[in-house]
Write a protein that binds this ligand. Sequence first.
Ligand SMILES: NC(=O)c1ccc[n+]([C@@H]2O[C@H](COP(=O)([O-])OP(=O)(O)OC[C@H]3O[C@@H](n4cnc5c(N)ncnc54)[C@H](O)[C@@H]3O)[C@@H](O)[C@H]2O)c1
Length: 412
Amino acid sequence: MSKVKNPKLAKQGKTAYEWARTHMDILDNTLNRLKKSKPLKGVTVAFCLHITKETSVLVMGAKELGANVAVCGGNPLTTQDHIAAFLATQGIHIYAWNGQTNKEYDWCIEQVLNHKPSLICDDGADMNVKVHFDKKFKSLKVLGSTEETTAGVTRVRAMEKQGKLKYPVIIVNDADTKHMFDNRYGTGQSTIDGYLRAMGLLFTSKKIVVVGYGWVGRGVAERSRGMGGKVIVTEVDPVKALEAHMDGFDVMPMSQAAKIGQIFITTTGMTSVIRKEHLLAMKDGAVVGNVGHFDVEIDTKFLLEKSKSVREVRPSLDECILRNGKKIYLIGKGRLANLVAAEGHPPEVMAQSFSNQILSLLYILKNHEKMGTKTMIVPKEIDRQIAVDALKAMNVKIDTLTKEQRKYAESW
Ligand SMILES: NC(=O)c1ccc[n+]([C@@H]2O[C@H](COP(=O)([O-])OP(=O)(O)OC[C@H]3O[C@@H](n4cnc5c(N)ncnc54)[C@H](O)[C@@H]3O)[C@@H](O)[C@H]2O)c1
């Protein structure tokens, strides 16, 4: 069973899937190694992820390992319809299309849960929150879940802290081979891609305000500088602010940055970081957008509902004329600009993240009974092996410690 926007796009989706797969060697090798033994045979796996060409490789991989697969999007605006159409032709239950209302998005998650998954691969924790707090799914027996992103980790850890977690969750985001690469380089590149596609304007010489200097913020700030932007960072964490300052960026509060920035990129995972007072203070023509997981970072309600007028001037770009007469441009309604206006992360990076996903799902299947109802990080041996595989795929060779060096490292 499936519900997608346009089944006729399946052929285009297949080509995109094939292109991604040829650039995801690490994941492809892992899948090829495991697929003979069909370790997921008879297991229903639910995926709640942005439906991109890279995700199609993960989902197809789970099927190759024997799973019964049910999928929905991880956000109302990030599904790529040709990918969804392709997956629907592959015996995968998929409920996803681009441009959903929040209600439709919620409905799709419920359709996936109606397949009674034993394992969940979540991105942002919307599916896990539903399993835990929606009475309809009270009797669902889930063995465990994985969580892909920082925003979802915050929610799952809050559930754990309050003693609400019903099954183990592996925090894939916290694997070194995930956040150091996906959050930094993946979002770094795809954010520039999204902003350029949405605006079609020159980056170089512009004052770019990057809000937050965590893993995503660092990548976005570095890539914005690489494009010739004059980058300003805002932060609330003194250590991160110091790091940004020493990395050579201007650091200042948002009240000050709002007045001089021309392009704003929020990357915090925090709510209300660009508020009404900041929007009112901005220069005429400023462009604002977000790449944090949820659309809570910018006061989009003020922009979209309280402006004098709002019109779409380019795909994924709304011109909002404020009551003070200034024009502010909003990318992708404040949702993940790198996925709404572009295609999300490149396949090479997602191969690392999704290798962590597949190996973590298999780990849960084997070990769930002794994992307890808590979160855990990806086992170090999995994380390390993915780094080894990634280096191999990129044809990079490294040294190993000699016997003497190992002894030296252990001596006092
Ligand atoms: N767009 C994507 O494809 C993508 C990919 C990975 C992660 N994410 C999302 O991006 C967000 C950030 O992830 P991360 O891994 O960088 O998290 P992180 O915790 O490493 O970084 C967030 C940073 O924001 C700062 N911050 C918090 N409130 C702030 C405020 N009011 N003003 C300025 N700075 C503030 C924090 O101090 C922290 O340094 C999350 O929502 C995550 O889920 C998106």
